[in-house]
Design a binder for this molecule. Sequence first.
Ligand code: CMP
Length: 138
Amino acid sequence: ANNRTLTMIKPDAIEQGNTGAIIQKITNSGFKIIALKLTKLTTEQAAEFYGIHKGKKFYDELIDFMISGPIIAAILEKKNAVDDFRALIGATVDPAEGTIRNLFASSVTQNAVHGSDSDENANIECAFHFNENEIIDY
Ligand code: CMP
């Protein structure tokens, strides 16, 4: 399995001052941050990133939300990173007790964090946000 996954701390979490608490939970759970940036997605970038959801009923709300403020993108390294990070953040709907979304999500859409859903998408999403020279091996 992949040892890298892509996360975004979403605009709601940054607005509510939860960035530090979320990063602390991520690093305390054994993930190593190997790339990190604060950025603000354009409409075009959000549409490209979430292209697989185009046409779904939550799509317009999702794009509007994701461009409403800055996001923090990061590549996280850990054995079995994709599945372990999905467990740490919890499900999109009804995240389990103690997960990052359970603690910090405001709604199904404004759900504090993104995590790649497969190894294939992790590779695509890491490359979407970062060049190779922005990824630090340490
Ligand atoms: P994310 O993991 O970033 O991937 C797709 C996003 O769409 C999801 O988090 C939510 O922010 C948003 N979303 C809103 N409603 C739904 C839904 N019913 N199912 C899945 N994703 C949803």
